[in-house]
Design a protein around this ligand. Sequence first.
Ligand code: G1P
Ligand code: ZN
Length: 542
Amino acid sequence: MTKTIATQPFDDQKPGTSGLRKKVPVFQQPHYVENFVQSIFDALEGFEGETLVLGGDGRYYNREVIQKVIAMAAANGFGRLIVGQEGILSTPAASHIIRKYKAFGGIILSASHNPGGPQGDFGIKYNVGNGGPAPEKVTDAIYQRSKAITRYKIADIAAVDIDTVATLDVAGMTVDVIDPVADYAQMMEGLFDFDAIRKLFKSGFRMRFDAMHAVTGPYAKEIFEHRLGAPDHTARNYHPLPDFGGHHPDPNLVNAKPLYDEMMGPDAPDFGAASDGDGDRNLIIGRGIFITPSDSLAMLAANAHLAPGYSDGLKGIARSMPTSGAADRVAEKLGIGMYETPTGWKFFGNLLDAGMVTICGEESAGTGSNHVREKDGLWAVLLWLNILAVRGESVKEIARKHWEIYGRNYYTRHDYEEVDATRANRMIEELRAKLPSLAGTTVRGMKIERADDFSYHDPVDGSVSEHQGIRIFFEGGARLVLRLSGTGTSGATVRLYVERYEVATGRHDLETQAALADLIAAADDIAGIRAHTGRDRPSVIT
Ligand code: G1P
Ligand code: ZN
């Protein structure tokens, strides 16, 4: 039986680039989840009898929300709901399932790399039929609806058993509880040379994968250990936990420090990797060498043809604006298109759908391709493994040779987290006002060529996105970028991105922070970061 429950709007249900993200206690308020889910359904048209995909990263409150969404999807008239067993689906796997089963859309429960647990973060995101995050016009409609909502519909049913793979009838809707890994693993087998990777492991190649107690654990166990024959214990922290073991499931050099230390140590394995809360990010470390996500994108693009799924070559490459220009040099050499988009994976969707690009990446550890419409952590790890297997060289050798061909883009990102939002905004405004006068001036002996506030003209739908980050270009290819994070849940996060290009014949073995020290100092001279934030150093350096 369907119940219609009277409700009132909450004033804070505006979905950001990655859906609605708030602290768990906010989601636990009565009607909060229901209001938002009903707002999603109300903003959509034509889903009667259609399929909805549902899953999450297993964080605290995942199971409760899964039950609510099932009951509401049934009451709102979906014909079929596909849910991952135990409520689990990594974000890229959810994207794949939406596409594979031609679903109307999907609801993904995740706050990505943000901490979980009773006081941690939770999130609800809607993805459309191409498998990608809902475009702004859909998220706007959801938000508008959430401000006017007066009722929601929910089936009056007992909790559905989501722990057993089965097909059930739930209040007239078919519920398929599926193995969350199988379809995804099968797709990966189609893209990569599993035989070659199997041989690599057989030859004694050692890998360490840190699932950070998040969603990729079961995927990594199945793919690396069961299908590719990597030894037991290749995957570490592979039990997904509701609070990620109390850790921050963000695979950067701070949160994945134990992996980094192991990879730099005397008995380092050949290859180390990690993924985040919902499985869309990746960290790549070779023995004795960290590969920045920007470099990883470039190296993957340069070698992708070695994997069966990309043997015809790439159509084009896209990167977010703050990502380094390393991939641009690969695109140039391959004679293919290169697109620079604002921060956020959703901007790649149109380019992928239009067949203009094959590979995309962001400096924030997101890499992916046209196989799904989300970034994909394990995909990046598998492409690296495929390349390592075919080339028979170490990560270090591959990186060194890459830089000898293309030159090296030294690159770092400095984050100032939980800064007072008013002060952070003031800093950006002051800098924006200063932009026209910067060109032609010299800072610490470096001449500024031009400075602007990045705006993006989508070549597919013609839309324009303004104020996407401040860019300061120096002579010789160095660049500073400053922007505020759009994903934080408390205060503002200031991100400073620093890049300098060293030619192919130059030195490629400098320590990154040292190689960029002048530019980092120049950034503070220009923007007054320390004065504005009241911090004398960044909270995180990657
Ligand atoms: C961050 C990253 C961005 C990524 C997003 C979602 O956004 O910088 O590249 O797409 O998370 O994972 P930001 O907090 O910088 O707005
Ligand atoms: Zn994520």
